[in-house]
Design a protein around this ligand. Sequence first.
Ligand code: ASP
Length: 313
Amino acid sequence: MNTTPVIAIHGGAGTIAAVAPNSASAQPYRDALHAIVAAAQAALLRGASALDAVCLAVEMLEDCPLFNAGHGAVFTHDETHELDAAVMNGADRRAGAVAGVSRIRRPVHAARAVMEDGAHVLLAGAGAEAFARQWGLEMVEPSYFSTEARRQQLMQALATDRVALDHDGPPLVEGSKFGTVGAVALDMHGHLAAATSTGGMTNKRVGRIGDSPLIGAGTYADDATAAVSCTGSGEMFMRVVAAYDVCARMRYAGQTLQEATDAVVLQSLPAIGGRGGLIAVDRLGNLCLPFNTEGMYRAHARGAEAPHTAIHR
Ligand code: ASP
């Protein structure tokens, strides 16, 4: 009891070309990040678990059309939506995830249900949707996820034949590259948790699954080390097993959170062309939010201190 709680959230990384620092266009993102991190902070201060806090933050990010998860998710090449999400509880390393779903309103709830159910860790496609229905989760028509801005991004990506990360800039418009959302938290009881949710990458091939729902790649939490949620070019995050590598470096090499996250984001990922960033908190409450792109939508709050939001470096 009585650890100072810490919460951090991200809304994706990229060049963020259309959102100039301190510009009016940045304000809606800042407002959304601030409101969401403040809600999770308040929950933690009331004694909520890290698991509940990251799920709350991610469900709010999923509902916000500015970010590429839930409502506002990007389109696949075939103009459909396929969403991925994961959650992990650091205290006992239970984890749950769903991949390639298009009818579950809040995929993070389905990931949580898979974890609570306990029989499996990752469910995909129609089976994941049937499971969510059985659990009484809110289901929607796939068109619920569509927004006009995302459709424009797909049209641009199709024109240039690119698979794009939300929030990268020209030749794709703002928001067309990495926009995955995630949260990590340390609660009053000293426990860690992480959650990630995404529509994936604009113009991705149908059936493509990214790093976000893969435990160890895009999402990981272990009370012995850290909680990590990633955003970026998923294929490279999978190849370096990014989230787990942060924890492994701390555990086996004795690296600090800062050393471990810098090594992954500034060395291992760029070495294979990986772009993006991550948010991570360790069991002592240290927080690192490194990225190798121009920006990453992010916010954090420690104890009862006022939340910080940032987009650019
Ligand atoms: N990492 C996500 C994916 O590859 C994309 C993102 O972070 O925006 O599916």
